[in-house]
Design a protein around this ligand. Structure first.
Ligand code: FEO
Length: 384
């Protein structure tokens, strides 16, 4: 794939991995992107997961047509991108590795790459001259690891953005960008909103024409829209005023109340409702919805004097990713001592800027004749 006359895609598609990073389902696979910049000096941007090293090296050989790369730029040391460094060094022993000081330290820890290997340490403001192309480096700590650098190619105005602006899904599967990019962002980078905001401040000073991320498609259109979306996500601002109802239900009784509330919200003209059964949905979808929408209703069975385990896992996934700036409500169920609402509220206590609904709906085993009215009051409050 030709990105421009001098920049060639040499990455690979992975249709073997079921759970990316051991936890995110990727039914459409994953792409590990790598790029080659041809000039008087040739640079390869990042490697790929080690399982695909042969295919990646073959792509480089084909793109180089007999030549040899002069540089390997290592922007990020997570093994989905660094796993083939040793294979590269074996294949091209004269090439120079360019990376941050932290990346070189990780390289030694992960792969035992010798400190004597040919290398150049780069950081903020440093640049690598290739000839017609100039690679200017931008540090991006915690997007998504501390060693990350991004690279702005100044002639063609290409931002090599490491994990940022990526998505789940291999490149040979045609699917919309947004949903899988959001699920990827909040799953993997969501905790680091402040660091992404810092990066966006640096990006604002660059005239970017193309974004080449390490996952997902190369972005050539709507660059400003993609950056604006990252600003929304990293500032924890909801995309929509809709409501997510995330629930657990052991015997279907809490679910009945959830369905009643959904219907009442729709009747009141709520702009959007999403309902997720936390025991059966992909956790990462529920997390993405919670950060997409402005209101989250947590509905849970009481369990061991707390909440049902999938709800606990969901709330933990939100709090560790900086859940904030939302309206929150609770529905609890308990046959003898309902404590789920109290437990859920306590779990969310450390979150910033949450507005807790004044009305908590409590079920004593199952909805009864008072439940519709209680849900009406809650729906009114949420739609106000
Ligand atoms: Fe795609 Fe943080 O690695």
């Amino acid at each position: 794939m030709q990105i421009s006359r001098d920049i060639v895609y040499v990455g690979v598609n992975d249709h073997e991995t079921v759970l990316f990073e051991g936890q995110y389902p990727v039914p459409n696979g994953m792409a590990y992107n790598s790029y080659l910049i041809k000039d008087e000096k040739t640079a390869v941007m990042d490697t790929v997961d080690e399982r695909f090293a042969d295919e990646w090296l073959a792509n480089i050989r084909a793109a180089l047509d007999g030549g040899s790369p002069d540089y390997l730029v290592v922007q990020h040391m997570e093994p989905d991108h660094s796993g083939s460094i040793l294979r590269f060094v074996e294949a091209y022993p004269d090439a120079v590795l360019a990376a941050s000081a932290k990346a070189f330290s990780m390289m030694s820890n992960f792969y035992g790459v010798s400190p004597d290997a040919r290398r150049v340490t780069v950081g903020e403001g440093d640049a690598l001259e290739l000839g017609r192309h100039r690679l200017a480096f931008v540090t991006a700590p915690m997007v998504h690891w501390p060693e990350v650098i991004m690279t702005f190619e100044e002639t063609e105005k290409v931002l090599f953005s490491a994990d940022a602006f990526g998505k789940f899904g291999a490149l040979d599967v045609d699917e919309p960008w947004l949903d899988e990019a959001r699920r990827y962002y909040f799953g993997i980078v969501g905790k680091f909103g402040a660091q992404v905001q810092n990066l966006l401040k640096k990006a604002a000073g660059l005239d970017i024409s193309v974004i080449c991320p390490l996952h997902g498609p190369v972005l050539k259109d709507g660059i400003a829209d993609h950056i604006a979306l990252y600003d929304t996500w990293s500032s924890y601002t909801p995309e929509s005023k809709g409501v997510l109802i995330a629930y657990t239900s052991v015997y279907g009784n809490t679910k009945k109340a959830v369905e009643m509330l959904e219907e009442k919200l729709v009747r009141r003209g709520c702009p959007e409702t999403a309902v997720r059964d936390l025991a059966s949905c992909r956790l990462s979808d529920a997390v993405a919805d919670a950060f997409r929408l402005g209101t989250v209703v947590f509905a849970s069975t009481t369990y061991n004097a707390g909440v049902f385990p999938p709800m606990r896992e969901f709330i933990n996934a939100l709090t560790e990713r900086g859940f904030s700036k939302r309206k929150v409500a609770f529905i609890e169920n308990g046959s003898w001592a309902p404590t789920a609402a109290k437990t859920m509220k306590a779990m969310l206590e450390g979150c910033k800027d949450l507005e807790f609904a004044g009305n908590v709906v409590t079920l004593l085993s199952a909805p009864n004749e008072k439940t519709p009215a209680a849900l009406d009051v809650l729906a009114d409050e949420l739609c106000r």
